[in-house]
Design a protein around this ligand. Sequence first.
Ligand SMILES: [Zn+2]
Length: 97
Amino acid sequence: MTAVEAYVVGREIAAADHPSKEVRAVLKRLVGDGWTLRSEAHWGTLYCPCEDHCTVIRVGGTPKNPGQEARRIQRKAKWCPLPPGDARAAPRSGVVN
Ligand SMILES: [Zn+2]
């Protein structure tokens, strides 16, 4: 491992890596919608497609209730106002206010 590699945290991971079928299905759908899944925290973290990542969801690797975990992720994903397939990067680089 090089010095640079040692600093790389939160590498991208695949939805298929999740042990729970229910959670996997939700993750796959979100990743298909442009969400980014990174290896962080207990298992992973989902970042919404917005440029400023308005919505960040922690994903547990071993949920006690996978169905409930899948629904929780789906519910939280709705916090991101970006409609799938729509203008990805809500440009916030300009002047706000
Ligand atoms: Zn968003």
